[in-house]
Unconditional design. Sequence first.
Length: 451
Amino acid sequence: MSTRRTSVLLLISLALLTSACSTSTFVHEPSTTASKSGAAVAGALTTVGKSALKVAVIDASSSKTRLYLYSVEPGPYPLVINVKETEFKRTASGGDEDGIDNFVDPTQPDLQASVVPEIITPLLTDLTTTVTAMGETPADVEVNLLATAGMRVAEQKWASSHPTAIADFYDIIRTAITAAGFKAGDVRTSDGSAEEGVWSWTNVNDSLVGAFTTQTPPVGVVEVGGSSAQISYPTNAPLGSANVYEVSVNGHQDRVFSRTFLGLGIDDARKEMRKASTAPQACFANGFPSAQDVGETQAGYPKLTVDGAYNATTCAADFAKVVTGHITAAGDPQVANSTGEFIGTDATFYATDYFGASMTPQTLAAATERACGAAPDQLAINFPAIATSENEQRQCATSNYINTLLYDPTAGLFHANPAAFTKAVTGRSASGSTTLTWTRGYLLLKYVRTP
């Protein structure tokens, strides 16, 4: 049996083992479950073997902060196993956990310093419990923190008035990591195009497609997060072309176009729509009481003052302005240059899956119209938790935005060839662990070792 085939089978076996031990994912309020899960993780990693590196990656996104603990065996095709992931929905003092970027303000040193006790320390404490139960020490584990779009916005905000603000903020976090006994790895903001988009593309094409272990051709990826969207795809364009990068894994060499679009994440696009639209109620379900609108986390984005009155055309027109503006600013990704079909992740899945359209995304507009444009007496049937669930309140806006981004006759990425976007996929396994995350792609590329 070839080395490549052996590696693939071992990866699958270890992933199944981890899932069977129920150690892959923990999204919880601060509680005592961490120590129990740590013991289970220890059993899984004992089987994996102590020769594997233990590497933690903190995904500091615009809306959450999640720590992944991986087992890593470097090689031509690194074995990167998601052992455990931890996310606290609330800060240590009980507030909503909405990303570390909300703590960046060089004019308020106490606020900046509080990112450690509020967000970082709970994650590191949980990690300490886990590695101790594994029979290891924090000194055996490298902790990386890589931030995405939220911190890119913060960098833009403070670059002129406080040029060292972001570096100083990361120094606070780096000090906390080493003070907890861990090795500090990368602690910084990632590049949305050269890094986050490429890492996501790498992981999708490994975990979902098998492009590095078979002859299956790679696909393009439309990844829509909270603040940004990344468009990445395989291309024949030469290296040196704008936003074209090389990915080499397991003897496979691919050229990848990757470009980030700050502002095209689902949350930022919706906020922009709220602020600019003269009729934001057109993006909300018919009959949705404006008094129940939870609004946005940040100030400055008005809540509804009129009950929801879904109008697909009006809503799409507002979102088309958002899409056109940001694509014009960053540059057309020219998806027709992809050598592979496209799939969607993150918000593209949430938008389509709610209406049963993830495998048939071209039906999304009609499915959204049926539910969001239904008579008000159908509101509780189509959206049973809409009175309190911010996701259900935003579902019509979310789905209209994604449909606009993909298929709008003028602004849509795939308006010239709708069939090129084939489906949207979940980022989670049946056991609940995250399978589609740039953090794994980051480690795959970091630990590639050429014989």
